[in-house]
Write a protein that binds this ligand. Structure first.
Ligand code: FES
Ligand code: FES
Length: 141
C-alpha cells in the first residue's frame, strides 16, 4: 500500500493504471483539445476528444496530466466517461460526480474540477474548429 488510506481504491487504481493516456494530433479537424491548469497548485491537464463529424459522437478520448494522483485519476475517469457519448451529453458531466466516484477528499475537489473544465474546453475547441472550417468553405472562391 503505497498511497495513504486517505485515497479510495478507485483513485489508486486509476493512478496505477490510467486509462487512455496519450495525445491526438491537435491539428486534426476531428480532434478537440482542452488544456487547463489549476492556479492553486500549478497542475496542468490536457484532455482530447475525437469526434465523428456526422453524428457528433465522441469516438475516442485521451489525456495527459502533469499533476497529483487525484488529477490523474480524475482525467482518466473523464476520458472513460466521454467515450461513446454525444458532445452535448458530456457537457453535463459535473466535477462533483467525478469526485464522488473517486471519493476524493475535500482538499482534492479542485482536481476533479480540472477534469470538468478540460472536457468543456475540448468540446469548445472542437466546435471552434468546425466553425472556422465552415467559414473557410463559405469564403472559398
Ligand atoms: Fe503537487 Fe498537485 S499540488 S501535484
Ligand atoms: Fe491540484 Fe490535484 S492538487 S490538481
Amino acid at each position: 500500500q503505497l498511497l495513504p488510506r486517505l485515497y479510495h481504491e478507485r483513485v489508486v487504481d486509476h493512478y496505477n493504471n490510467p486509462r487512455n493516456v496519450g495525445s491526438f494530433d491537435k491539428t486534426d479537424p476531428t480532434v478537440g483539445t482542452g488544456l487547463v491548469g489549476a492556479p492553486a497548485c500549478g497542475d496542468v491537464m490536457k484532455l482530447q476528444i475525437k469526434v465523428d463529424d456526422q453524428t457528433g459522437k465522441i469516438v475516442d478520448a485521451c489525456f495527459k496530466t502533469f499533476g497529483c494522483g487525484s488529477a490523474i485519476a480524475s482525467s482518466s475517469v473523464a476520458t472513460e466517461w466521454v467515450k461513446g457519448k454525444q458532445m452535448e451529453e458530456v457537457l453535463t458531466i459535473k466535477n462533483t460526480e467525478i469526485a464522488k466516484h473517486l471519493s476524493l477528499p475535500p482538499v482534492k475537489l479542485h482536481c476533479s474540477m480540472l477534469a470538468e473544465d478540460a472536457i468543456k474546453a475540448a468540446v469548445k475547441d472542437y466546435e471552434a474548429k468546425r466553425g472556422k472550417l465552415g467559414a473557410d468553405t463559405e469564403s472559398a472562391p
